[in-house]
Design a protein around this ligand. Structure first.
Ligand code: GRF
Length: 201
């Protein structure tokens, strides 16, 4: 299966997926909307094709998304992975990749959609927090959930400590989700994703 990974920054989740060396998965390209994304250097060093589609060069979201789709489609991917990709995508873009576009979000969805999830979790006083890999639908951070990981919120946690604990889990569950999809074990049943051979919630 051919996979295109979209990043905006550090790219540690992309790195985790590449390093998982998932049988049957070929990382066809890593694309960033920011020219200075740290993850681009890692991808290039791995011999993976890289590209930048700089959102600041486009008049509006529709124009950016069209340019992005054109670059993605050169690689005819079976799966498009948003790994710390910090742009909201238009419904038209999302529709084009329906069922083959996944994202990682740093909270236990449906709690804490949007930005600053760790700080908001601390302010809400939740005892558990975590991360979610889900299919992307037109509504932000709302698509069918593939896998989640829970971490405790500990006394004395600040945003840095909590986000580091969550990130370690992101690096575990994101490659796992990709592996399941490459193995054709994930199906979408309405608003719910099912994984064959994994105990249903
Ligand atoms: C991750 O925490 C991801 O969940 C969030 O942005 C961060 C990206 O980190 N959306 P990285 O670029 O994968 O290192």
């Amino acid at each position: 299966k051919s996979i295109v990974i979209l990043i905006s920054g550090r790219g540690s989740n992309m790195e985790a997926i590449v390093q998982a060396a998932i049988p049957g998965a070929r990382i066809a390209a890593v694309i960033s909307n920011r020219p200075n994304a740290g993850g681009l250097a890692f991808a290039a060093a791995q011999g993976i094709a890289t590209a930048v589609v700089d959102h600041t060069a486009y008049a509006d979201r529709a124009a950016f998304d069209a340019a992005l789709a054109a670059v993605i489609n050169r690689h005819a991917p079976d799966l498009v992975v948003l790994a710390g990709f910090m742009r909201v995508l238009t419904p038209d873009f999302v529709r084009q990749y329906e069922g083959r576009l996944i994202n990682i979000h740093p909270s236990l969805l449906p709690s804490f959609t949007g930005l600053h999830t760790h700080q908001r979790a601390l302010e809400a006083g939740v005892r558990v927090h975590g991360t979610t890999v889900h299919f992307v639908t037109a509504e932000l951070d709302c698509g069918p959930i593939i896998i989640q990981a829970v971490v405790p919120v500990m006394a004395g946690d600040d945003e840095a400590a909590l986000s580091a604990r969550v990130l370690a889990q992101e690096h575990r569950i994101f490659p796992q989700a990709v592996r399941w999809i490459v193995e054709d074990r994930v199906s979408i049943d309405g608003s719910v994703a099912r994984v064959a051979g994994v105990r249903e919630p």
